[in-house]
Design a protein around this ligand. Sequence first.
Ligand code: ZN
Length: 438
Amino acid sequence: MSKRSIVTNEIRQCMELLFPISRSLTGIGNRKTLKILQDIVPLKIKEYPSGQEVYDWVIPKEWNIKDGWIKNSQGEKIVDFKKSNLHVVGYSQPVKGKLTFKELVPHLHYKENLPCAVPYRTSYYNDYWGFCVSYDDFKKYFREGEKYEVFIDSNLEDGSLSLGELLIPGKKNDEFLISTYICHPSLANDNLSGIVLTTFLAKKMLEMKLNYSYRIVFVPETIGAVAYCKNNEDAMKKVMAGIIISCVGGPGIFSLKPSFEEKSFVDIAARKVLTASKQEFKEYEFVPQGSDERQYSSPGFRIPCITICRDKYCEYDYYHTSLDNLDFVKAENIFKSIEMHMRLIKEIDSLKFYERTESRCELQLGKRGLYPKIGALNRIDHEKKPWRSNELDALYWVLFYADGKTSVDQMIERSQMNKKQILDAIKKLEEKKLLQKK
Ligand code: ZN
């Protein structure tokens, strides 16, 4: 068997093992998921207690569920959590009782435009309980005049929020973040695919000699990322850029959600590997909504984060429904996404950043023979390429961006000069000891 098919089989087995587990913001399903991942990579499981204040949020009570069903008046189970964990609204309070159709309807959720699918719904920060059914089943089993028995065996009590962390040290202390979310139950693309990709990507990275260091986290979306930032604030403030791993297993083409900067070095690196793959890809615009870049890119952290998807959240028909299952998501597609992310990691890991040996104010180029002997500029000619044509222009662009945070590709893109001109300028400035690699 080829190495590719061995890995693809491992991915498939991992998907099948993890798919049925009930995950949420908290609970034993999340812990069980992380423990299974520990068989593949040595991640640390961290627990943050319920009630902990994390910036504007509070870590909620731990939610666990054993069972949930609705029976009709003949005592037949017409909705059963044991058949799919999507049938109970996430974070439902326990309930037991008999209800009329009218009383039950506010607690039923279905999706009319995808009648065979059970929708995924949550009610995290409200006192509520509910069930999700397909619209077909809603029409078949629920009607005026009928009585129903409902039961949800869940509990909400003080516990903790679990997350996984893996730090892979490189030669340099400068860090990149890779973050995925673990809070969705049986949904394959969103986001079991992300969990599995991140795990197998981390496994490969552990075998590599890396230049930079990588902080890989598996968190429940939003509250987990907020809690992680709060509990690791100093480290997170130093992170240079991030990759959010979400929805990477669908059959669609690759797509990029750029960072808020849109032209940060990680954006440029992502576009470079997507373009080099010669596969069609789509680029979305940056919007503040999305996944955990909402936390990491917030003003207090401002980490530029990109996401490369295959069938991005909110964009595919089966999104947040029972049809986002293992028929929709194939191990082969996740394998291809791992390859794409691996190329991105290699690209990021090879990035070079330069800083000036004297960063304050302009350097005096004349005394080093880098400035024309006769000064004062001519009126510029807008027909030509002003400010970006000759050796001196290249020196100025490089010196301006040699702040230790701007990659060489970014210098090329921002200056709109060609690669050779920028590289020559870097070389010249290094020779004059005005520039050094960070
Ligand atoms: Zn989602």
